[in-house]
Design a protein around this ligand. Structure first.
Ligand code: NHV
Length: 856
């Protein structure tokens, strides 16, 4: 919901009064003149608001760069201090004469006492809610002082920790006293197995002063009652709060438009009674243009606007929102295999392709709109249609969901609870209720939001993570009781009350558990047998979920990222600095074990980093393809994890600086809307065609060409094939034994090309019969020709022999490559365009090319 902001300008006011109107409301942004001090020290320095205390301390060089070396330790003292923020602002007599004044705090992190002109106006205690405080009585003409006293979230909750009787099992909270569970603050601030610990505080979202007359709009809900291709039935539901003592005659105008053209206008006469008023108005939109997820068509958005007008026409308040018309049904029903889990969008089953999203930065205010735009460009480029906002982070910015709406990316929205049990006393439940109320109302108009989920892995944890042994029977039993209060009662009731058309899942996963085969057919699944269970990637072919909501594998970020936090002397897996950037205690040894299964493990650190990237990409790709191949049994795959919140070794596919790891390129390939996929299963070599398109494709040709690593074509087979819409079909099978000889298995590859009847290539994939370490990869020199330009360069690569998993490296963070981590085929010439505003023609930036055979 966006408020139309009237910026108070003399000229504008004069123009309005000439029309017999006066500006009814105005919004002042209180983002200037801030300073901060350690609590009680009275040593004030300039502050940025919105922002966080870490950001301010860093700007003033009072903290070392927390990402560098082992500096994380040097910044921990911040969490034990209180911090004060203050500013002042000036109001004219005319401004204070408005009969309504609301101070809106869109996000305070977390425990804060707020004083306006010396009066305590708010005690905040939840990072995830916005507060609205009526301040008419406290404001004055001239200077107004606003002071915010933030308490150390650690010290604030230590008494609770002391009296609790047991330490909560929040192992990602990197402190021996797990206080994070008591505080409604982003869990990942306290550390995670990919996260730096920086428990800060601050005004993390804007503060606005709204001055108005008569009434203000508290909420605008565009409820989609029923949507079909013929018509959309909408209910406009408005909550207006009148500050008048008596009834006010008014008119509410609801407008729906599409691309600037009005589609529907409803005018509703109303009598606003003092206090809260609800205004409802139904709308029917004929032949609506439906919102489609990425890959299925346009993500059409309608503009909904509502104005409350006084008799006489003067606008009292107005809000607008953009929303797409669509249906999303989560089909989670018992069937012969257990319990299905899939999304049906506009009546059509959707195979969900995507990843799990964590907050983009440990310092949230570092994330700019351009960063979110880049994130969604990356999501779309990898052919995704869904992301899961995982429960250990934050409820994202409005802008985030706006981009998801515009780009056709469905959002699986967790509530912010992850991997530990939580308190469930009345005070805590009350905080959670406010948080659910605030965020459901804030977000429910977004077409992109596909479902709500109570938490990440908590029911699984209470049942299976050994807490029955770690805690007394009574405590363990209490965890179930508390769980039911929070996730099976409070949150679903809030969703039912405020967003009744959306599906709620109490936890992800709901019942499937990777260690229990009998549970695999039941709902969504987090399969961690790959990685934690050190099982080969091939198990993903058969240990199939109904919907994979998490599976993952780590890799180091590439060397240009490592070099931002480590010096060459630290380039060793077990150096202090590298260990400070590897938060998974078993991570390095797991990577090495897998590398040994599939690759020659290189000696050199730089090569280990490179092969690790290749390993992560290829292994995960194997899983994504298995999941797609096995639709409709399995109907989605969201890998762990999309992004990073600082430079670190992690499961991400895009690193902190926006560089794609090999995994992101592999996701792009594996998620291709039309995919050719070969796999050896039970003595057969099977060829699958997998389509996410909504129309069949007929009269296609599938060519399988066997090429040895020097480029000699050994075999060529061409088949006429059809590709069924929105499905996976095995179109061709061969006996493995006849498909390739023993020597061909190690010395040749299959190049699979799918073409339409006009010869246009629809997809192209390579297939190897053996693991990389069993292949007789040739030594070869890759020749490169580079064309430098401002903002871009083009590299043309050729090689006489196969150069497998070729990686092009340039020392520019966040540069975009049209392709990378690919197999350069013998004799092929491939041109890659690299773009970055930092590239200068005259710099002749160094371009390094590595391929697998060079690492042993
Ligand atoms: O460890 C990687 C990720 C986490 O960052 C994140 O919390 O929800 N991960 C692993 C698991 N879930 C998640 C699976 N957890 C277990 C594995 C093995 C035993 C117990 C738990 C994400």
């Amino acid at each position: 919901m966006k408020r139309l902001k009237l910026i108070f300008m003399g000229l504008y006011a004069a123009a309005l009064s000439a029309l017999g109107q006066s500006p009814a409301s105005q919004v002042l942004h209180l983002d200037k003149g801030w300073s901060f001090s350690e609590g009680g020290k009275d040593k004030w320095q300039e502050a940025t608001v919105p922002g966080t205390v870490h950001q301010d301390l860093l700007r003033l060089k009072l903290l070392p760069d927390p990402f560098f070396g082992t500096n994380e330790q040097q910044v921990q003292w911040v969490e034990d201090k209180d911090w004060e923020y203050r500013t002042s602002f000036t109001l004219t007599q005319e401004q204070v004469d408005h009969s309504g004044a609301l101070l809106e705090f869109k996000g305070l992190d977390t425990y804060a006492d707020v004083y306006l002109n010396g009066a305590l106006i708010l005690k905040a205690e939840n990072m995830f809610v916005g507060y609205e405080v009526p301040v008419k009585e406290v404001l004055r003409a001239g200077e107004n002082r606003l002071n915010i006293y933030f308490y150390s979230p650690i010290n604030k909750t230590l008494p609770q920790w002391d009296s609790n009787g047991f330490d909560y099992p929040a192992d990602n909270d990197h402190h021996d006293k797990h206080t994070s569970v008591f505080t409604r603050k982003a869990p990942y601030h306290y550390g995670w197995d990919w996260g730096i610990r920086m428990v800060g505080c601050g005004v993390w979202r804007p503060i606005e002063l709204k001055l108005f007359e008569v009434a203000d709009i508290k909420d605008y809900y565009v409820r989609q009652l029923s949507i079909s291709r013929d018509k959309a039935e909408i209910s406009n539901e408005l909550e207006v709060y009148s500050i008048e003592d008596t009834d006010t005659q008014a008119e509410v105008v609801f407008t729906c438009s599409l691309k600037g053209q009005e589609v529907m206008v409803n005018k509703v006469p109303v009598v606003l009674t003092p206090g809260k008023n609800l205004v409802k108005s139904d709308m029917t939109i004929l032949n609506p243009s439906l919102w489609m997820p990425h890959g299925w068509g346009e993500a059409t958005l309608y503009d909904f606007k509502t104005e409350v007008r006084k008799a006489g026409g003067q606008v009292i308040d107005q809000v607008s929102c953009r929303s797409g018309l669509r249906t999303v049904r989560v089909v989670n029903e018992e069937d012969k295999d257990g319990k299905s889990f899939y999304f049906e969008v506009n009546g059509i089953p959707l195979f969900a392709k995507g990843a799990n999203y964590i907050p983009s930065d440990i310092i949230l205010n570092n994330v700019k709109e351009e960063d979110y735009r880049r994130l969604f460009r990356n999501v779309k480029a990898a052919n995704m249609n869904m992301i899961r906002i995982w429960g250990g982070g934050i409820y994202e910015e409005d802008y985030f969901y706006q981009l998801a709406d515009e780009n056709g990316i469905l959002v699986w929205q967790d509530f912010m609870f992850a991997c530990t049990s939580y308190p469930s006393d009345p005070a805590f439940l009350n905080l959670v209720e406010q948080e659910a109320h605030y965020n459901i109302r804030r977000l429910r108009n977004h077409a992109s939001i596909a479902m709500w989920c109570g938490n990440n892995e908590i029911i699984e944890a209470i049942k299976y993570w050994g807490w029955d042994k770690k805690f007394s029977k009574e405590v363990h039993q209490g965890m179930f009781t508390g769980y039911n209060k929070l996730f099976r009662t409070l949150l679903p009731n809030k969703v039912k009350e405020l967003d009744p058309d959306r599906f709620y899942l109490h936890s992800s996963p709901d019942s499937a558990n990777w260690g229990r085969p009998e549970s695999w057919g039941w709902g969504d699944s987090h399969y961690w047998g790959v990685w934690y269970g050190v099982q080969p990637f091939e198990v993903l072919d058969t240990r199939l979920p109904r919907f994979m909501s998490e599976f993952g594998f780590q890799a180091f970020p590439e060397m240009k990222v490592i070099s931002t936090f480590a010096e060459p002397k630290d380039y060793a897996l077990e150096s202090e600095v590298m260990k400070a950037h590897q938060k998974s205690s078993t991570g390095n040894s797991i990577i090495r074990t897998y590398m040994d299964m599939y690759y020659h493990v290189p000696e050199k650190f730089e090569d280990f980093v490179y092969v690790g990237l290749v390993l992560q990409g290829q292994g995960m790709r194997h899983g994504m393809e298995a999941h797609r191949r096995n639709r409709p049994y399995c109907m989605g795959t969201l890998y762990w994890q999309l992004n990073d919140s600082w430079p670190v070794v992690s499961w991400s596919s895009v690193d902190y600086f926006g560089n794609w790891k090999a995994l992101h390129y592999q996701a792009q390939r594996a998620f291709s809307p039309l995919l050719v996929n070969a796999i050896e299963e039970k003595g057969k070599l099977n060829f699958y065609l997998i389509s996410d398109e909504l129309n069949d494709r007929n009269n296609l040709t599938l060519e399988s060409r066997m090429v040895d690593f020097s480029g000699k074509v050994l075999k060529k087979e061409v088949r006429k094939v059809n590709m069924k819409a929105n499905s996976s079909t095995c179109v061709w099978e061969q006996d493995s034994a006849s498909a390739a000889t023993a020597q061909q298995r190690t010395d040749a590859l299959l190049l699979l090309t799918l073409k339409d009847s006009k010869g246009k290539v629809l997809d192209k994939q390579t297939f190897y019969f053996e693991k990389p370490k069993a292949l007789n990869l040739p030594e070869t020199t890759v020749k490169q020709k580079v064309k430098y330009m401002d903002g871009a360069c083009e590299v043309t690569l050729t090689s006489d022999k196969l150069a497998k998993d070729l990686f092009i490296e340039i020392p520019v963070q966040g540069a975009q490559f049209t392709d990378n981590f690919f197999d350069l085929l013998p004799g092929e010439s491939k041109t890659i365009r690299i773009t970055s505003p930092l590239l200068k023609k005259t710099d002749k930036t160094n371009i390094r090319v590595t391929h697998l055979r060079q690492t042993y």
